[in-house]
Design a binder for this molecule. Sequence first.
Ligand code: WQD
Length: 339
Amino acid sequence: MRVLVTGGCGFIGSHQVVALLDAGHDVVVLDDLSNSSLDAIDGVAAICGRPPEVIVGDVREPAVVRGALAGCDAVIHFAAKKHVPESTVLAREYHDVNVGGLLALIQAAAELGVYRLVYSSSGSVYGDGLDRPIPETTTPAPTNPYSRTKLMGEWILADLAAAEPQWEITALRYFNPAGAHPSGLIGEDPIGPPSNLLPILLDVAERRAATVTIAGDDFATPDGTGVRDYVHVMDVADAHLAALDRSAPGFRVLNIGRGVPTSVMDLLGAVERTVGRRLARRVGPRRPGDVAFLTADPTLAEEVLGLAAHRSLDRICADGWNRRLVARTDGDHERTEAG
Ligand code: WQD
């Protein structure tokens, strides 16, 4: 198939492009490079032996989206803003990009008859107050503008599929994608300082940062630190491939995670095992919007997609660390000092 990947230069998007090209699909990427760079495409081409087609543009622009969708059989929609604390300040921008961008995409897709869609949603729609692996039957209770834009997108798509039976839509609620392609030629390379825990720990391991601040150790969790479900980014990419291969009429929601509750201290320990040394840490205040516990119950996804996230936490850390070592020798993606 010819597949449009919006946000295809980003962390998950670029790994998705590798999985699609390796599976023999043709890929066109639409990305505005607001939180990514074309370096990722060089890495993809080095891994796959061929590059995707790339269009630099804004998913909110109907003419741009129509151009990107021309000749496509399916679309995987990653392009969105995704930083929870930032969304509480830039709510207008988050709704414009995340909801407005989705609306522009589905209008163009309807005009061009591209009805097969996989939508990047988020486990953060489940909100706070949970303490065990979460199934899709759990009522979402988003607690910030970012996760509300993700849930609104799901509602829009559910209405669309109910009104127009030709649509085949899957929403994947990922928990915490992490790690990198085993080649190390692509990875989680944010523009500027990282906000997610694994890249922050890897910065300390690389001595780009002196210490990691544990954002609160008074949560109602076994060791008091935040519990999440870290899932290898290639497992996330494989899940999207399976969702396309097993596309079906209607709208469905699936949780994508390993189903293994993992605290900040658990991940810190796993990174220390990987890099072979203790990392300096300090306890600081909670971050605004942080919840105690988010871990997937991945049972339904395994049933529907026929596959489970199988890469371990140690594999996630090893591949994430390898990306740093490869990027250093390649000299690519040299983050500025601010980064
Ligand atoms: C993980 C844990 C923090 C930094 C993110 C995105 C969200 C979604 C999932 C896409 C938490 C703790 C963090 C630090 C820390 N992505 N932490 N010190 O917040 O679960 O969500 O990934 O859908 O959009 O925001 O991930 O990696 O920021 O935090 O202690 O310096 O690490 O409290 O418990 P989060 P994260």
